[in-house]
Ligand binder design. Structure first.
Ligand code: TEU
Length: 546
């Protein structure tokens, strides 16, 4: 069923699929995925039933941070193909009812962007003020603000006697949003893509654009929402565009602003509170918090109830910055299929727009590599920092296995042939050797596969409006083994029950669901107790509606 993508709010019934292009599909044999590979994958995505693709950055980039360091916003990096390939992708996706949305990295550019090359030439260069500079001498940084990737957030340029500010790598200088000329230049780049027919954008670290480094404010700066309203007015004039703001620092109140129904800012937020991160995601407390189900339920409860009728959220458990959730909250060795389906059931009963991260629909898992095989700069910086602080190699590797971003970046597992069918060459990052057991070719036609389960969940969300309209309430919130919740409207009721353990667990469903229909479940039928990782959804309508 195709959605009418010309209307505001169409994304509320949509499911998106995130493509990390380097790892999706290689058609040239150079070991790196490309746009033609994405075109080849469209039929697969149509079978899955998704309505949109979020494509991680494909613009020209030195690839210090896999494309999140852009050197030309209106281009396609030759590594991925040509502008003609991009135009074809937009057209071919549209033919299949799939909207293409691009990743906009507006907080920073590459240090190889012509703006920055100019900016660092002299203090009176017209582009100098596109970035953030502070006077100083080589031994005295303006302050002790640190980069998200480790090390100081200030880099000295001796020719200028000035430091520039960067919240990420030194090769990713922060843009100065206080400069109206910079803002205008960015809007022009966005309009370039709107005119090409893209249907929207994912906005990278958008909560970090309004920084005030002197006051050590790097997130949620005072001018943030003012900037977003101007951005929306000037660059997203067409309100049928879907705009998704990545915001690690969003709380419910702020999310209401981001996604207000008057369309003054964005369509929805993409926030991480459910992921159980420590306050300081980087540094000594590098690991995620262990899962404690009552806390997770409270977190979801706050977001689901807080935004119901007042804003819009994204639903996700995976992306290119997070380890694979089936390896973290599931049990990939013993119950991979059951636990992958259970986690999807937990998420897909909720209100919001789901995002599938490539390979999640197959139940792909984390990987363990030697340190020199990793590519991610965050992993390498962390390794250096932790080892030089005295942490043992073995201990650092365990943390990387649990948290490293390359876990989710291994190539897509298409089939059981060499390199999982991803490339005929040498993949830029090793393919997970489990591709012989976990791959798309085996799963597409198999009714019991994780792929088929996702396809069914997507269909259900389009068939029953309860998924959009129902009000969320956790059931038995203090239960540490089972995540159950209901979604209620005046006319119908949904119950979602998920056993988060590999054990059999007794659970009583609320009596009124006794004769409800099972919409979906990861076991053939319902037993008396919940079996390991068992999950299902029950639904009934009020009699008056029948
Ligand atoms: O991520 C934002 C971000 O803060 C992450 O770097 C996160 O803190 C970290 O990866 C946790 O391990 C976005 C992009 O999604 C990411 O890929 C980029 O590296 C980053 O911005 C810089 O553009």
């Amino acid at each position: 069923m195709n959605l009418d993508q010309s209307k505001w709010g169409w994304w509320k019934d949509a499911v998106f699929y995130q493509i990390y292009p380097k790892s999706f599909r290689d058609t040239t044999g150079n070991g790196v995925g490309d746009l033609r590979g994405v075109i080849e994958g469209l039929d697969y995505l149509q079978q899955l039933g998704v309505d949109g693709i979020w494509l991680s950055p494909v613009c020209a980039s030195p690839q210090v941070d896999n494309g999140y360091d852009i050197s030309d916003y209106c281009s396609v990096d030759p590594m991925f193909g040509t502008m003609e390939d991009m135009e074809e992708l937009i057209r071919e996706a549209e033919k299949r009812g799939i909207a293409l949305i691009l990743d906009l990295v507006l907080n920073h550019s590459s240090d190889q962007h012509p703006w920055f090359r100019e900016a660092r030439k002299s203090r009176d260069n017209p582009y100098h003020d596109f970035y953030i500079w502070r006077d100083g001498d080589p031994h005295q940084r303006p302050n002790d603000v640190c980069s998200v990737f480790g090390g100081p957030a200030w880099t000295y340029v001796p020719e200028l006697g000035q430091y520039y500010f960067h919240q990420f790598a030194p090769q990713q200088p922060d843009l100065n949003w206080e400069n109206p000329k910079l803002r205008r230049a960015l809007y022009d780049c966005i309009l370039f893509w709107v005119n090409k027919g893209v249907k929207g954008f994912r906005l990278d670290v958008i909560d970090q654009i309004a920084k005030e480094p002197d006051r050590k404010i790097t997130i949620n700066g005072p001018q943030l929402h003012e900037f977003l309203r101007e951005l929306s007015k000037e660059a997203f004039g067409d309100k049928s565009l879907v705009t998704v703001g990545e915001a690690w620092g969003a709380d419910v109140d702020r999310a209401r602003l981001y996604s207000a129904e008057d369309a003054s800012e964005l369509s929805m937020v993409f926030q991480f509170q459910h992921m159980g991160l420590d306050q300081e995601p980087w540094g000594p407390k590098w690991l995620y918090k262990p899962l404690y189900l009552p806390d997770l339920k409270r977190c979801y409860g706050q977001w689901q109830q807080g935004l119901h009728g007042r804003g819009w959220n994204s639903l996700f458990l995976n992306n290119h910055d997070l380890p694979r959730i089936v390896s973290r909250w599931g049990e990939p060795e013993k119950y991979r299929v059951e636990s992958a389906k259970m986690l999807a059931t937990m998420l897909y009963g909720m209100e919001g727009t789901p995002y599938i991260y490539q390979g999640e629909e197959l139940g792909m898992t984390n990987i363990r590599l030697n340190i020199e095989e990793y590519v991610d700069l965050e992993i390498h910086n962390y390794y250096q920092e932790a080892v030089s602080n005295g942490t043992s190699h073995a201990e650092v590797m365990e943390r990387i296995y649990a948290r490293g971003r390359d876990n989710a970046r291994t190539p897509m597992q298409w089939n059981g042939s060499d390199n999982g069918g991803f490339t005929t060459g040498k993949p830029w990052l090793p393919v997970n050797p489990n591709y012989t057991d976990i791959n798309a070719a085996d799963q597409v036609g198999d009714q019991d596969s994780v792929f088929s389960y996702y396809r069914q969940l997507i269909r259900l969300r389009k068939t029953y409006s309860i998924f959009r309209e129902g009000c969320f309430t956790a059931v038995d919130e203090e239960n540490e083994n089972v995540f159950a919740y209901r979604r209620d409207t005046e006319w119908g009721h949904l119950l979602v029950v998920c056993n988060f353990t590999g054990k059999e667990i007794a659970f009583s469903i609320p009596w009124e669901f006794g004769t409800a229909n099972r919409l979906i479940g990861n076991y053939k039928d319902m037993g008396t107790n919940l079996r390991p990782y068992e999950a299902y959804m029950l639904f009934y309508e009020e009699r008056s509606k029948e």
